[in-house]
Ligand binder design. Structure first.
Ligand code: C5P
Length: 241
């Protein structure tokens, strides 16, 4: 991403290189666009991607997407679409036309739904004369303790065949996913400092561990947003990179 208004407002000397910054997604898990914008501005030297989840999107809708694009971020809309193909196609098309770069969909929805979502997402971006975006598949929720193990490779296969460009996975699955789908973008949440609070992430890893294991995009939320000084927490978290 080109140098942005947001990036120039931060302390460049403390931030990441443009290449690393484009691999870091800030999870804006708040219900208030003012607060989200504050985090985004403060943390822009470390993050090139702003992740808008269900909480912020329910509160602020497309305004949240526009606000983050205006600040110079690539937007990751993490609303985990799962519905009939027609509905997913239309919703994904709106996301594409808004300028969303990454959009999540549940692979549980099946090949037809995923393909409809990928097509809609691409068509929306094309209609707004924007570059082709990346649809991301969720194989299983980490909270789904009943999901059988064999389901992850099966859903990964369906997602790749449907044209999803990326997959959200735990760092522990990176090796298998690299082997099964080497050209698929690998997105990894659960990033923490080695000595940091893990909150509810049982499989937390540090940024360097995730990158070394082959992650392409790291999702970071509470490790910085719950800190008393988010910028200092980001500097410490990414200090070893
Ligand atoms: O860094 P933190 O644990 O706060 O990040 C949580 C973010 O990662 C949330 O936005 C959540 O939706 C996302 N996520 C997750 N676990 C997964 C997939 C995504 O925590 N398996």
């Amino acid at each position: 991403m080109a140098e942005t208004q947001a990036a120039t407002e931060g302390t460049q000397s403390e931030g990441l290189s443009p290449e690393l910054r484009s691999k870091m997604a800030l999870a804006l898990d708040v219900d208030d666009l003012v607060q989200a914008t504050r985090f985004a501005r403060q943390l822009a030297p470390w993050f090139g991607v702003a992740k808008i989840g269900l909480e912020l999107y329910t509160a602020a809708g497309p305004d949240a997407v526009g606000a983050m694009i205006d600040l110079g971020f690539d937007v990751f809309l993490d609303i985990k679409l799962h519905d009939i193909p027609t509905t997913v196609h239309k919703a994904a098309s709106v996301a594409g036309s808004l300028g969303v770069s990454y959009l999540t969909m549940h692979a549980h929805g099946g090949a037809g739904m995923l393909k409809a979502g990928v097509d809609g997402f691409n068509e929306g971006a094309l209609s707004a004369e924007l570059p082709a975006p990346t649809a991301l598949a969720i194989t299983v929720l980490t909270s789904d303790a009943d999901a059988p193990e064999h389901i992850v490779p099966a859903r990964l296969r369906v997602a790749v065949e449907a044209g999803c460009g990326g997959i959200v996975c735990a760092a522990s699955d990176l090796k298998d996913i690299r082997e099964m789908a080497p050209r698929t973008l690998r997105v990894v949440p659960g990033i923490r400092a080695a000595d940091g609070d893990r909150h509810d992430q049982p499989k937390a890893v540090t940024p360097s561990e995730a990158l070394q294991a082959g992650a392409d995009l790291l999702v970071v939320g509470r490790a910085v947003t719950l800190a008393e000084d988010p910028a200092a927490a980001a500097a410490a978290l990414f200090g070893a990179l």
